[in-house]
Design a protein around this ligand. Structure first.
Ligand code: FES
Length: 610
């Protein structure tokens, strides 16, 4: 049976399979954290046209607004002929995407250009070959000697020449001819900057003539079906050649799916994209290239390649112009990859005079420290809590996510993205919520939720929000509507955040100590990462995510890694500079460090930490 996947795809389903199983089988993006058990509530899709009645699972996980809008859990839906399904209805609201829109280059020199030439027609007195004729004119116009062209280019010369009266546009990268097009297409030149995260992938479409970001799309990394974090991906890849290939295909598909989405949402086709830059952690980098990851996770933690790399899109299996150059930013070490280099390029003030710390918060957390005498980087396994994963009602920072919490003894006020009914809580809401709960005494500095039977300090309004849930004691942030969903923070959620923030704080202290400076001697602390944009300095300090430092030294910069990918796309000098960084930054391994372990034990408390 066939069903439609918006915007324009037909999917054939098999008897007895759920919609989730069919989507997974077709490698379409759907979150399947509980693998169809109906407990995670993440496999949301929207049904347009015919909408099946909500199941018990739908009622348990979806709020009234979602139910009314036709949202259902894919693992509960049995496909029926004629069904129309929308997969990325939530992604389109993602704040990650809008933050980069309108970004404009301060310097524009992408290293790719188009040249329009009017070639002469052959005559009996001018019998030069078609390509000879083009090459001669091109050499005259540019003053350079472009005598070589790939066979693929050579093969299209006769057609291109005769399509528009011997007028054509040549696309050039350095000394290489990338494309020939009939007529004048010099007003259209595009690039794509890709950020491959462990959890999600984002692609920015960039106008290389104007230096502006036109559109950003993102979706879940299809590799998540094979493991939530880099360690489980490496373990899967180590199962054998076929498993490694599966992961390579999954991330390629994710990128190509986003390129397809960009083509649908803009008038720019993949063939018009002539340059691509890619940032990602070392594991994502290796899996995309099909490189052996087996040595990344065992001592002495060695990558196959750290230096910057460049390939053609054709070699990479990416659906942009086949001759387009695809540049991968270098890695620094086994768990500090091109995303960290991208973040440094995206927040260049961390390279300025003085001591500067960059914290790139994601599923993995990378730290970069620059002092007057050295540059060092390390990674610390923060886990996916900052991205909302592993948290009962965790979600990314998009419509319906609680992003801020204010608690008083009279009750609670939640700020929700889009001002709508809350669906869940994102990283910034989680951090602010925990800080507020600690401030009013709902939790103590060990992170323990107060026992309502034994505490007299809390107001009745707050006391009634503490209850026993399925996973132990929990605090109700918002009560849902009649059939809706209460957003709660459980004891386990708070513990997850303590582990994550403890790892970050201990990593900072260890790195600073190794550099021979103290935390107060830092001139700036920059937090990057999508969710970091919405963090407030006092919350970060109060819960001990960052060791105690003057709040004015803390700043947030959003997804600097993706900004770095865009900057290197727009300016080849930035790309060269990024390419050189990997040799200049020392990689520090925290695993097995006694200093780190000691700091970690003391960094779990929810208080200002010196
Ligand atoms: Fe978890 Fe559907 S896959 S609820």
């Amino acid at each position: 049976m066939e069903i439609t996947i918006l915007p324009n795809r037909l999917m054939v389903t098999q008897e007895k399979e759920t919609l989730m199983e069919a989507l997974v089988r077709h490698h379409l993006p759907v979150q399947t954290i509980c693998n169809g058990k109906g407990t995670c509530g993440k496999c949301k899709v929207r049904m347009t046209g015919y909408v099946s009645p909500p199941s018990e699972r739908d009622l348990a996980h979806l709020n009234e607004l979602e139910l009314q809008a036709g949202v259902r859990l894919a693992c509960t839906v049995i496909p029926q002929a004629g069904m129309v399904i929308e997969l990325d209805f939530v992604e389109s609201q993602d704040r990650k995407e809008s933050a980069l829109l309108g970004m404009k280059a301060s310097k524009l020199d992408p290293g790719v250009k188009k040249v329009f030439i009017q070639s002469s027609k052959p005559t009996l007195t001018d019998e030069r070959g078609d390509w000879d004729r083009v090459a001669d004119t091109l050499n005259t116009v540019t003053g350079k000697d472009y005598v070589n062209a790939d066979l693929a280019i050579l093969g299209k010369v006769p057609d291109v020449l005769r399509t528009d009266k011997f007028a054509l546009t040549v696309t050039l990268s350095q000394d290489t001819i990338l494309e020939l097009e009939a007529g004048d297409t010099t007003k259209r030149l595009y690039g794509a900057a890709v950020d491959i995260g462990t959890t999600s992938v984002a692609v920015a479409l960039v106008d290389l003539l104007q230096g502006t970001v036109l559109k950003v799309v993102s979706t879940e990394n299809q590799q998540t079906a094979y493991g939530a974090d880099v360690i489980s991906r490496i373990a899967f890849a180590n199962d054998g050649h076929e498993s490694a290939l599966t992961l390579q295909r999954a991330v390629r598909r994710t990128i190509n799916h986003l390129l397809e989405e960009l083509a649908v949402k803009t008038d720019v086709t993949g063939n018009e994209i002539f340059k691509m830059t890619i940032v990602g952690n070392t594991t994502m980098h290796h899996l995309l290239l099909g490189l052996d990851v087996s040595h990344l996770a065992v001592s002495p933690f060695v990558s196959v390649c750290n230096r910057p790399l460049e390939f053609s899109a054709l070699e990479m299996g990416l659906e942009i112009n086949p001759q387009a150059r695809v540049s991968l930013l270098p890695n620094i070490g086994s768990f500090v990859g091109g995303d960290t280099v991208g973040a440094i390029v995206g927040a260049p003030e961390v390279l300025g005079p003085g001591n500067h710390l960059l914290i790139d918060l994601g599923t993995n957390c990378e730290l970069f420290l620059k002092t007057e005498t050295m540059m060092m980087a390390c990674s610390t396994a923060a886990g996916p809590a900052f991205e909302g994963a592993g948290i009962t009602h965790g979600m990314r920072a998009k419509q319906g996510a609680i992003e801020g919490v204010t608690l008083t003894e009279n009750g609670i006020d939640c700020q929700v993205i889009g001002g709508q009914e809350p669906i869940g809580i994102c990283g910034s809401g989680l951090i602010e919520g925990i800080d507020e709960m600690r401030k009013v005494g709902v939790i103590n500095k060990q992170g323990k939720i107060a026992d309502p039977e034994k505490t007299q300090e809390l107001s009745p309004e707050l006391l009634k929000r503490i209850r026993m849930g399925e996973k132990g004691r929990e605090f109700v942030l918002t009560y849902g509507t009649a059939q809706g969903w209460n957003v709660t923070l459980s004891q386990k959620d708070i513990g997850e955040m303590q582990l994550a923030k403890g790892a970050v704080c201990a990593g900072i202290k260890t790195l600073v100590e190794m550099a021979g400076i103290t935390v107060p001697e830092l001139d700036s602390v920059t937090l990057s990462g999508t969710f970091a944009t919405y963090l407030k300095a006092h919350n970060i300090l109060n819960i001990g995510l960052v060791p105690d430092i003057a709040p004015e030294k803390i700043k947030t910069v959003g997804n600097a890694a993706h900004v770095g990918a865009i900057r290197t796309l727009l300016d080849q000098h930035e790309l060269t500079m990024a390419g050189e960084l990997y040799r200049k930054i020392s990689h520090v391994e925290l695993g097995g460090s006694a200093t780190f372990s000691n700091y970690f034990m003391n960094s779990m408390y929810l208080e200002r930490l010196s």
